[in-house]
Design a protein around this ligand. Structure first.
Ligand code: C2E
Ligand code: MG
Ligand code: MG
Length: 710
């Protein structure tokens, strides 16, 4: 049976207690009795009661003492005093001590029951209210805790965009004390570049669910954080209670929301996308980004009926630097080159590292090919000065192919292929220059890939041969030597000339084996001729830089000479200027060793490489070969004729023998002779011919005593 209340009856008279207990039980109350004040105190300390019926006059611990105990301990008991005590002081003291009511003994049962009934329901109501209040305050505490300790900023803005609420997280994430921001406009902490976006976060349509936006905020120490906002309009109908809390405005339209710090994520995303689109070594855009930009340039140029240029840049002989100095140094060199290239382009142009030693350049704003040529010239000049890398003075040059949109290609693929083709023709013509694409290129140049693949078996299949081009003494008019020039009799492509495959052989490293073969073959041919009584004064062989870089290069040559019993003085090796300038593989030491052994050293294509001439003294040189470009221009351009004069005087000053290459006309010969050039080589006398024709040439030579009339 459910009871109406739980009562404690306190009296020092047991009879009275028992009769009251019987009465109250009868009326549905649960009762506990305490005989005397002392017993009451122990029970009150231990249990909860809805009501205490208390006698005042008790020995030792009186009713007043019990009331005082209740008050002191802030117990929440409703107490009805039932006592024979009638003095005003005693009763008013009891009421002052918190008694709820007073009944006089002897009590009427009716009166007692009514008073108890009222008191119990009032006590129960109070208890209930208290419980609810506690629950409310607990839940408020919980919500506040959750809000204040949220990992995100929680905020509220009024309709003007000023903060009306901010949680404690604001301090942690942005460094501001929230009181400094309350009442201030949101715009005060927004990043200036995002200012135009904050309106969307402040004025949110009531019908909208929420607005999401990442904005940059300025922190108290003036750094920038990326915050991901989710903002919602305050729906007054939904939480009508809010009207009481919010500023007293009839049509309040504020927003509230959460702002999450996503700085790390965004930075990571930026890094990832940067990495995906940039070359890690040079920090230049990579191939993907270049292709994207080119595709964009195509769309734009098509729409605006404009043109643009795409350049393909390939460093000349870069592999050599890697192979001789090692990749770490090659990497440093690439970085330095990238820097110089970057300085040649304007904002809006895209310079990219396409791979290895290849760069591409997109010039979206040009008016004609002249603009592209200007940039190419600039690049060529920029790379001229030496690079100083970890104590090495290194030189490089670049071959540039240029394709123009829309003239040379309609899409990315076509433009890149054509720029590459143009670049390749520059490589074939001796590197270090630029070339605009021309449609007739395609049919003439053999496919690079095919050549590279075929090169591998060409050596084993003995598809190479040597041609020899005579060199003629200007004074005597007699043949003074031969230059060995390699030819490749390709089974499908027919005869290929060095400019069509040497570069590829160099890039694949095959040139080392090929070069070895060439030297041995030349020595062998010389010996064969010598045995037939044909005396060749000098036989010159072209050497690739990669060959010299081989540690055993000098020993190998000396070994070959010895095994064929050819005196070293009959051999000349031709090297290029660049090889000496980028001297990292002890080329100097090897050349000196060879020179001491008696081998002649010649600098080939002199004048095309580098303007600095002082280094010539450092090397054990015998011969300078003037590049045929200068010879070719003797009659036409004053400037180059000047250069020939300069080269002649340098050679004389250094006591070097001078050979002019590519002499095709009598006028050139006369000019060179007059300047004091010693020897000439060129179509005027003979092209390079196969070995078996040399015999005829030599015999004709000795018969007439002169290969040509001079
Ligand atoms: P190079 O050493 O400067 O050889 C001279 C080139 O000019 C030869 O071309 C020759 O045929 C050409 N030439 C000679 N006289 C005339 C002339 O009067 N007019 C014109 N227009 N050209 C003339 P080739 O044989 O095609 O060789 C090209 C280059 O290939 C050589 O230039 C040399 O650097 C390289 N090369 C040739 N053989 C070898 C080789 O065995 N090993 C290496 N590493 N390179 C070689
Ligand atoms: Mg040569
Ligand atoms: Mg030459």
């Amino acid at each position: 049976m459910t009871h109406k209340g739980n009562l404690l009856l306190v009296d020092d008279e047991l009879n009275l207690l028992l009769s009251m207990e019987e009465l109250l039980r009868l009326h549905g109350y649960q009762t506990t009795i305490a005989e005397g004040g002392q017993a009451a105190l122990s029970l009150l300390d231990a249990q909860e009661f809805d009501l205490v019926i208390l006698d005042l006059n008790m020995p030792r611990v009186s009713g007043h003492d019990v009331l005082r105990h209740i008050q002191d301990n802030q117990y929440n008991f409703t107490v009805i005093v039932v006592s024979g005590e009638t003095s005003f002081e005693a009763v008013s003291e009891a009421l002052k001590l918190g008694a709820y009511d007073y009944l006089r003994k002897p009590y009427a049962a009716d009166g007692l029951l009514t008073t108890i009934g009222n008191a119990v329901s009032k006590a129960q109501l109070e208890r209930h209210n208290l419980l609810i209040q506690k629950k409310l305050s607990d839940s408020e505490k919980l919500h506040r805790y959750i809000v204040e300790h949220s990992p995100d900023i929680i905020y509220m803005l009024d309709e003007r965009g000023c903060f009306t609420y901010l949680n404690d997280r604001t301090k942690v994430l942005l460094g501001y004390d929230k009181n400094r921001l309350l009442g201030r406009p949101f715009s005060e902490i927004a990043h200036e570049d995002d200012m135009d976006q904050i309106d969307t976060l402040i004025h949110i349509d009531l019908s909208a669910n929420s607005v999401n936006k990442v904005l940059r905020l300025r922190t108290a120490d003036n750094s920038v954080r990326f915050m991901d906002f989710e903002a919602l309009p305050v729906q007054l109908e939904a939480v009508s209670d809010l009207t009481a809390i919010l500023p007293k405005q009839t049509n309040f339209k504020g927003v509230f929301g959460v702002a999450r710090d996503v700085t790390e994520r965004i930075k990571a995303e930026e890094t990832i996308s940067y990495q995906a689109y940039h070359d890690s070594l040079t920090s230049l855009p990579n191939r993907s980004l270049f292709e994207d930009r080119t595709n964009m340039a195509i769309v734009q140029a098509k729409r605006n009926k404009q043109m643009f240029a795409l350049m393909f840049l390939d460093l000349d002989r870069f592999k050599l630097i890697n192979d001789t100095l090692g990749h770490p140094l090659g990497d440093l060199m690439l970085q330095a080159i990238a820097q110089r290239l970057q300085a040649c382009v304007r904002e809006g142009d895209t310079l990219a590292r396409f791979g290895g030693d290849e760069f591409t350049l997109l010039l979206p704003h040009i008016h004609g090919e002249a603009d592209a040529i200007l940039v190419a010239e600039k690049i060529k000049t920029a790379l001229k000065a030496p690079f100083s890398i970890e104590g090495h003075e290194l030189y490089t040059s670049v071959s540039i192919g240029i394709a123009l949109y829309p003239r040379d290609g309609q899409d990315l693929r076509e433009l890149i292929t054509h720029a590459d083709t143009a670049m390749y023709t520059i490589k074939q013509r001796g590197k270090n220059g630029y070339q605009l694409y021309q449609s007739e290129f395609d049919s003439t140049s053999p496919d690079r890939i095919i050549i590279e693949n075929d090169l591998r078996r060409a050596l084993d299949c003995e598809e190479f041969t040597l041609s020899y081009q005579p060199q003629v003494d200007v004074i005597t008019g007699k043949m003074s030597g031969l230059e060995a020039l390699v030819r490749w009799d390709h089974p499908k492509q027919g005869r290929l000339f060095p400019l069509e495959f040497i570069d590829i052989a160099e890039q694949s490293g095959m040139v080392v084996r090929l070069g070895k073969w060439v030297i041995e073959k030349a020595i062998q041919d010389w010996t064969t001729w010598a045995n037939q009584g044909i005396h060749i004064e000098r036989i010159a062989v072209n050497i690739s830089p990669l060959q010299i870089a081989q540690p055993n290069f000098a020993d190998d040559v000396i070994g070959l000479l010895a095994s064929y019993s050819m005196p070293a003085g009959f051999l000349e090796i031709e090297i290029t200027e660049g090889m000496l300038m980028n001297d990292a593989s002890n080329a100097t030491a090897k050349l000196r060793q060879l020179s001491e052994y008696g081998v002649n050293i010649a600098i080939d294509d002199f004048g095309t490489g580098y303007s600095s001439l002082s280094y010539l003294q450092k090397f054990p040189l015998r011969t300078l070969k003037i590049d045929r470009a200068f010879v070719n221009d003797i009659e036409s351009k004053d400037v180059d004729a000047y250069l020939v004069n300069a080269i002649v005087s340098i050679a004389k000053g250094l006591n070097l023998e001078l050979v002019a290459e590519g002499v095709e006309t009598w006028a050139q010969l006369e000019y060179l002779k007059a300047r004091g050039c010693d020897k000439v080589q060129g179509y005027l006398f003979s092209k390079a011919v196969d070995a078996d024709e040399i015999e005829k040439l030599v015999r004709a030579d000795s018969q007439s005593n002169q290969l040509i009339e001079v």
